[in-house]
Design a protein. Structure first.
Length: 131
């Protein structure tokens, strides 16, 4: 048995699950600033957590896709839901060395218990073309 309280154990389990997930998990606030960046995100995009956290999510979005992303993100933050309804989207991302990576991503809006939109989460998996 552990000395941790149930709420603390829940927080520890949540943090470990986020960090150890097999997909990249990126949590951003309503301003588009990266607040959580797990190990798989680092593997996919090449930015360490220290490099990514506190930066705008645009560090991984190709320049030509940024206007569309900003429009969709702002609409989701204002409405509290996604136009895509969480369906996976294949897209291209930018890596730390300026290269590109193709990923399949799902997105969700994060709402506080009172219903206020507080951010979003993106789950990324490298897109590998089936042969």
């Amino acid at each position: 048995m552990t000395d941790q309280t149930a709420p603390q154990l829940d927080l520890d389990l949540s943090a470990a699950a986020l960090e150890q997930a097999g997909d990249g998990i990126i949590v951003i606030d309503v301003d588009g600033i990266i607040r959580r960046w797990n190990q798989k995100s680092e593997e996919l995009f090449g930015f360490t957590a220290e490099q990514a956290i506190g930066q705008t999510v645009e560090i991984i979005i190709p320049e030509k896709l940024r206007a569309a992303h900003e429009h969709g993100f702002n609409a989701a933050m204002a409405s509290g839901h996604l136009a895509s309804d969480g369906k996976p989207r294949r897209t291209r991302g930018v890596t730390a060395d300026g290269g590109k990576v193709y990923v399949t991503m799902t997105f969700a809006v994060i709402n506080a218990p009172d219903g206020t939109t507080v951010g979003a989460v993106a789950v990324a998996r490298e897109y590998l073309k089936e042969s």
